[in-house]
Write a protein that binds this ligand. Structure first.
Ligand code: FE
Length: 244
């Protein structure tokens, strides 16, 4: 038998993996970065073959890994974890530095960074595992590293379907109380501007099927964009809220 819940007992950290060629940069969030030997200092990372970052690492033979701090924002994780590098410049909103080879890394909300030269790769079907030598390592700030458990339990984060640890049965809709509250005020349009405002609680919430963000609103505006992953209205599903 396979109890998929057993996989939730495996501990991971969360890392931003970045790479670049003279033409393009790409980055993503992974939980698969790990040190594998100390002499020499070797690390591994496993990425979905369809990820833009995977293609860029194959071309450049190099990447950086930055360890996310526990306080890292969902905006940063959402940008690198749920956006696509060929559609948006993921690095633009954040403080970005480059290593001696010109490979970018996010230098905010991160604790340490590593520069890796890829020496080997293994085809794992859906994913590629890269083995590499650490050529630079630097502490960027003090603090606690973000764990995958913290991301799920405290931040209410979701696992993208292309992640190596994605298990559909473990990604059931989050309860509203588990998720961070909506970052923008509910749309008041259509309500009477005069008189006492009715403080009626919404009966419905909308859950982003991409990142898990929950918006408590009866109706989602047609032009609504998820503040975390930029998904459009059609990627939200309606949840009925319990009337208290
Ligand atoms: Fe989203």
């Amino acid at each position: 038998m396979i109890d998929v819940k057993a996989f939730r007992s495996i501990s991971y950290g969360l890392y931003l993996i970045s790479s670049s060629t003279p033409e393009r940069s790409a980055g993503c969030v992974v939980n698969t970065f790990a040190q594998v030997t100390s002499e020499p200092l070797q690390v591994s990372v496993t990425l979905n073959k369809e990820n833009h970052t995977t293609q860029v690492i194959r071309e450049s033979g190099r990447y950086t890994a930055a360890c996310l701090a526990e306080e890292a924002s969902m905006e940063l994780i959402g940008m690198f974890g749920f956006q696509r590098s060929h559609e948006v410049d993921k690095f633009e909103p954040f403080i970005v530095e480059r290593d001696s080879q010109g490979i970018p890394y996010v230098a905010e909300q991160t604790l340490a960074r590593f520069s890796v030269r890829v020496t080997d790769s293994f085809d794992l079907g859906t994913h590629l595992m890269f083995i590499g030598l650490v050529e630079e390592a630097e502490v960027l700030s003090s603090g606690r590293p973000m764990t995958y458990a913290h991301y799920h339990e405290v931040k209410g984060g979701k696992t993208p379907p292309r992640a190596s640890s994605y298990i559909a049965d473990l990604e059931a809709p989050a309860s509203v109380n588990d998720s961070e509250k909506a970052s923008q005020a509910p749309n008041e349009e259509g309500k009477s501007p005069s008189g006492p405002t009715e403080q009626r609680s919404p009966r419905y919430a909308w859950r982003c099927t991409i990142c898990g963000h929950i918006e408590e609103l009866d109706e989602l505006p047609d032009d609504y964009i998820c503040p975390i992953c930029r998904a459009t209205k059609d990627q939200f599903e309606r949840i009925e809220l319990a009337v208290g």
